[in-house]
Design a protein around this ligand. Structure first.
Ligand code: GLA
Length: 624
């Protein structure tokens, strides 16, 4: 049975576990691989000028960075002067953007700017806020470049003007990329300084950073959905990127793909190694949420700045390697007019960028992690693996890479190629040990024989999975995030407690609470971990024959309810287990996939009364 799109939406709401037989992700805009480019914010903050943007754009063209893929030139916060009340049309600060002084009925226009960027063979991006006011108006109060005029004229955000502003940005002004920030929902509550000072109108807060329960998750989602809808109307061909900037708040890590092309998973990056680790960690456990057309965003690059400047090329390489392995958008955030040739070369590293831009769009999966050492593996479109070894610590560390990390045969040779050196790095059988300097990463591609005689593990291809239902009943913050010190957090404050909802979401090769998959002490190094009452969609390559998995309630379960495992293919039930309880041995589920394009894995809790979330394991789930 095939349902219409509208019927699918209704069914998904009423019966979230009912398989629809239709891939539920509808892309917002178009980004088959992670967006790349440059943004003004980390480089200039509020000291943005048209000339500075054009200068960096010129370097992007002249240095070959554009040819390497960095094509979006994004103007961040700071471009606006005010909203013209007569017709709601936004006006540009022409002191910063002289070519915007076009005069006439429009007053000002960014069209000359985008024309220039387009003439350079590049794409143009702009910044707005989902609320009435922007972040700079709350946090950069000393800047001379804040919107001016009456309170209403200073309301430059999308709220109340969504369709009009989107038509202006993407119609009249011809932008290709829009970043929509969220301070208008979080920073203008009645007790906040911008409001108590009498300068801004009170709003919300609908989003409380660090407190998803106190956030109006549905409200925030609906506002962003409206932006996505307006964009679809203005640009029906879908040739744009919508970047959702809600800093991992309001559970956006779980719904970002429904309303954006990419979505921020954490607070702002800073040019400090520890902050970079924090941002990285907020995407590293979200491998099942990214894929072609939908990207977790750990924020713009700091390469060229602070801990990642020209005197710290090791750290700069690590930063790019990490963003590459998790298929993160790559937005350069430095003043390229001042960047050394070594930094520009580093940003161009062709084999590193090829890993990031691989057509299959799989995010790297954590194969090993302790507090100091990490190994991530990313399946590439041609079947090779990219593998990253990372020493997060402050001492030299030994890391042993195994065939099992790569899901390759232990007895066959594995050939490594160093993505930075662009040189062969020898081969090994079984395992190989490396010593890494503090903060160092090694990034290889690996070629070998798959450990399975046929097919692949579902967890190797996370970009083909869509989490239609995560089974989470109560929002919890993800504790597996490095608690770096943000510049504003003093030890007499509440500290840096974990703040990003999404804990309990399905994972590749781990349980939803980051434990080893295990059913009645049978350990599964490969598989999918989830909570009961979840539904995962899996796209299949043509010619798939069968799905095999060893399923059961995981040993780490919190609740003790019974769970039925079901495999559906194109909306038909193909296989199911009887209800299974904690400590029952794993059962083998086999489903005939001939002719099937979409599999849905459903774990359904039976009856009520479980004391907590039931953790389930699709052990060694594989497609043959
Ligand atoms: C927020 C965003 C940043 C940047 C600033 C601009 O902090 O997260 O990326 O856009 O606003 O004010």
């Amino acid at each position: 049975m095939t349902l219409s799109l509208a019927a699918v939406a209704v069914q998904a709401q009423q019966q979230p576990l009912a398989p629809t037989g239709r891939w539920a992700h509808q892309p917002v805009g178009s980004a088959p691989t992670p967006p790349m480019g440059w943004s003004s914010w980390n480089a200039f903050h509020m000291d943005l000028t048209e000339q500075r943007v054009i200068d960096s754009a010129q370097v992007i063209v002249d240095s070959g960075l554009a040819a390497a893929g960095y094509r979006n030139i994004n103007v961040d916060d700071g471009w606006w002067l005010q909203r013209r009340l007569a017709d709601g049309r936004l006006q540009v600060r022409t002191k910063l953007f002289p070519t915007a002084a076009t005069g006439g009925a429009a007053g000002t226009s960014l069209r000359p700017f985008t024309d220039k960027i387009h003439a350079m063979g590049l794409k143009a991006g702009l910044y707005s806020d989902i609320g009435r006011n922007a972040c700079s108006q709350a946090y950069n109060t000393d800047s001379p470049n804040l919107p001016e005029g009456t309170q209403a004229e200073r309301e430059v955000g999308l709220m109340g003007f969504t369709e009009r502003d989107i038509a202006l940005f993407f119609g009249d002004w011809n932008f290709d990329f829009l970043k929509v920030d969220g301070c208008g929902l979080s920073s203008y509550g009645k007790d906040r300084l911008p409001v108590t000072s009498g300068r801004f109108r009170e709003y919300g807060p609908t989003v409380v950073e660090g407190n998803a329960n106190q956030s109006d998750v549905e409200g925030a989602r609906a506002l962003y959905a409206r932006v996505a809808q307006s964009l679809r109307a203005v640009r029906p061909q879908g040739d744009y990127v919508l970047s959702v900037c809600l800093w991992g708040a309001a559970n956006v890590r779980s719904w970002g793909a429904e309303v954006g092309t990419m979505w921020r998973t954490s607070r702002d990056i800073a040019p400090r190694f520890s902050q970079m680790l924090h941002n990285f960690d907020t995407v590293a456990t979200r491998e099942l949420y990214a894929g072609p057309g939908r990207w977790n965003d750990p924020d713009m690059l700091e390469i060229g700045n602070g801990d990642f400047d020209g005197d710290h090329l090791l750290e700069a390489r690590t930063h790019l390697s990490l963003w590459a392995i998790v298929a993160a958008p790559l937005m350069i955030g430095t003043d390229l007019a001042k960047a050394s040739p070594a930094l520009i070369d580093l940003l161009k590293a062709p084999e590193v960028l090829a890993i990031n831009q691989d057509a299959a769009g799989h995010q790297g999966v954590i194969a090993y992690a302790d507090s100091d050492r990490e190994i991530l593996v990313k399946t590439l479109a041609d079947g090779r693996k990219a593998v990253l070894l990372f020493n997060r610590g402050e001492q030299p560390a030994k890391l042993t890479l195994t065939a099992e990390h790569l899901k390759m045969d232990v007895k066959s040779p594995i050939v490594l190629r160093d993505a930075w050196a662009r040189a062969d790095a020898g081969s090994f059988t079984g395992s190989r040990e490396f010593t890494l300097q503090p903060r160092e990463t090694l990034l290889f591609t690996a070629t070998g024989t798959h450990m399975l005689p046929r097919g692949y593990f579902v967890s190797e291809r996370p970009g083909q999975v869509f989490v239609a239902r995560d089974g989470i009943r109560a929002l919890e913050a993800d504790p597996v995030v490095y608690r770096s010190l943000p510049s504003w957090a003093r030890t007499d404050s509440g500290g840096t407690r974990p703040a990003y909802a999404g804990w309990g979401a399905p994972r590749a090769d781990a349980t939803p609470y980051d434990q080893t998959l295990s059913v009645r002490r049978q350990v599964f190094r490969h598989g999918i971990g989830a909570l009961a009452d979840s539904r995962l969609q899996v796209q299949l390559p043509a010619g798939s024959q069968r799905l095999v998995a060893q399923v059961g309630v995981d040993d780490s379960t919190r609740g003790r309810g019974r769970v039925r495992f079901e495999v559906w293919g194109d909306g038909r039930r193909l296989a199911a287990t009887p209800p299974m309880a904690f400590n029952e041995p794993a059962r083998e589920l086999v489903a005939d996939l001939r002719g099937v394009r979409l599999v849905e894995l459903v774990a359904r809790e039976q009856g009520a009364g479980a004391t907590g979330p039931v953790v389930v394991t699709w052990g060694a789930a594989r497609i043959e």
